[in-house]
Write a protein that binds this ligand. Structure first.
Ligand code: SF4
Length: 455
């Protein structure tokens, strides 16, 4: 189904849509306040964007440098061309160590590769330890947001879910009780896990180390207790030097939730004595995106989620309506690069207001890239006949002033006098949720001529 149809499902529950919209707007406002408290915020954004552009222009060099340094630190480095290879590599490491139970902190890359179902099909228990991720895992749903995976769920729904899966008592959605119960449940899983998987927020080329940012400390807990640590990273996650971390860490927390810094910014450099550390570097379509001049800047993304929180379409359609691992404005640029036909409706799920580009900490020109995809899609993906014909007629009318004049007059007449069921028909998708503005007498042309006459 196209995004608009998926969004219509989410929109059936109006109260939930309003609440979802408000909750995300609240996060967006927190981001604004936090950003305004930093002197030189725009300089930071410029710097981050320039650093990422440098990384992408020299990606081969930085990747090899990172691999060399990580190996020197005693880390095993693996390369995966696609999701399938990634999953096989992770599985083979787990098999080598006889792992049957493992914990995982939040990693959008492993979501992208569908690692959980792959491992579960191979009889390995995977427990997501980020609270939001655990909630959606219990609900058998994908995350709906990259930073707030369960933002589409109300606390009362979590209450029912925990009663069903964790045997908790009904509590009217008391967050303190629910988090306490989740802590007990997860602690047990941490203690029994034989391996821990984490994502990678920033990989540092000149040290071979990497940083994982969480607000719950779950990545650290998993890694410190398990004997094997597997870190899965997209190949664009590199930064050149450790000193550049300050730029990105200041931007990430503030852009994501309005916090000055993510609560835990954990540095991993080498395995602890007697333990193993692996890094899996994944391509999965990134090289191809890099080769697309108009879209390569989308690889600057540091997955802060700010573009989602500000997007009027995302806020009122929910993350699941995108049917893609990364939803929202940035997902609508990345997903068509992976499967143009399947995700062809996503670049149209935008007002092109540019708010996403305004808040993006690494200055990705998101709305411009969405517009570029639209231009490609209308040429390469068959469009509905009605839409094509209407646009063809509109093109002719707009190109001819006499026809434009007549069409304007007829439209004004129709909007005033035609019965409502004619105007608000299937052809007027806009009218599904709102009334058209009242039509004024006359048009700009007449008004201008009259004005000139009376001067
Ligand atoms: S595109 Fe920019 S705003 Fe959106 S998640 Fe990525 S870094 Fe954040």
């Amino acid at each position: 189904m196209a995004h608009a149809d998926e969004a219509a499902i989410f929109n059936k529950d109006e109260a939930k849509v309003d609440w979802h919209d408000k909750a995300l707007w609240f996060v967006r406002q927190k981001r604004d306040k936090s950003a305004h408290n930093v002197q030189g915020w725009e300089e930071l954004r410029n710097l981050a964007s320039a650093l990422k552009a440098n990384v992408l222009s020299n990606l081969d060099t930085y990747l090899l440098q990172f691999e060399e340094n990580a190996k020197k630190n005693g880390v095993t480095v693996h390369w995966a061309a696609n999701a399938e290879e990634h999953n096989k590599i992770v599985h083979s490491i787990l098999v080598k160590h006889g792992v049957k139970r493992m914990v995982k902190s939040k990693s959008m890359l492993t979501e992208e590769c569908h690692l959980n179902p792959y491992l579960e099909a191979n009889n390995i228990e995977v427990i997501d330890t980020d609270l939001g991720e655990r909630i959606v895992q219990l609900a058998k749903e994908p995350p709906s947001h990259i930073v707030l995976p369960a933002i589409h769920k109300k606390k009362e729904e979590v209450d029912v879910l925990f009663q069903e899966h964790l045997g908790t008592k009904p509590c009217d959605g008391d967050p303190q009780y629910l988090t306490g119960e989740a802590r007990k449940h997860l602690r047990d899983k941490f203690l029994k896990a034989e391996a821990a998987i984490t994502g990678v927020n920033f990989a540092i080329a000149d040290t071979g180390g990497f940083v994982v940012c969480t607000n719950e400390g779950n990545a650290d807990m998993g890694v410190h207790l398990a004997k094997v640590h597997i870190a899965c990273m997209g190949m664009e996650k590199l930064i050149p030097q450790e000193k550049h971390l300050g730029v990105f860490l200041r931007l990430l927390g503030r852009s994501a939730t309005g916090q000055p810094i993510t609560t835990y910014s954990s540095h991993f450099n080498k395995p602890a004595p007697g333990k193993e550390m692996h890094i899996v570097i994944v391509d999965n379509g990134r090289t191809e995106q890099l080769s697309r001049e108009d879209f390569r800047a989308s690889l600057h993304c540091i997955r802060c989620g700010a573009c989602m929180n500000t997007c009027p379409i995302y806020r009122r359609s929910g993350g699941h309506s995108y049917k893609s691992t990364i939803p929202g404005p940035i997902g609508s640029i990345l997903s068509p690069g992976l499967d143009l036909k399947k995700h062809s409706s996503l670049p149209f799920a935008s007002t092109l207001c540019g708010s996403c580009s305004d808040v993006c900490p690494v200055k990705i020109n998101i709305h411009e890239q969405l517009y570029k995809w639209r231009q490609i899609i209308v040429k390469e993906v068959p469009q509905p006949g009605v839409k094509k014909n209407i646009l063809k007629i509109a093109g002719r009318v707009l190109a001819n002033s006499a026809m434009y004049h007549v069409a304007g007059k007829s439209a004004r007449f129709m909007l005033k006098y035609a019965p409502r069921f004619v105007i608000y028909s299937k052809l007027n998708a806009w009218g599904k949720a709102r009334d058209l503005p009242e039509v004024k007498n006359g048009n700009f042309d007449d008004w201008y001529k009259n004005r000139k006459k009376n001067e």
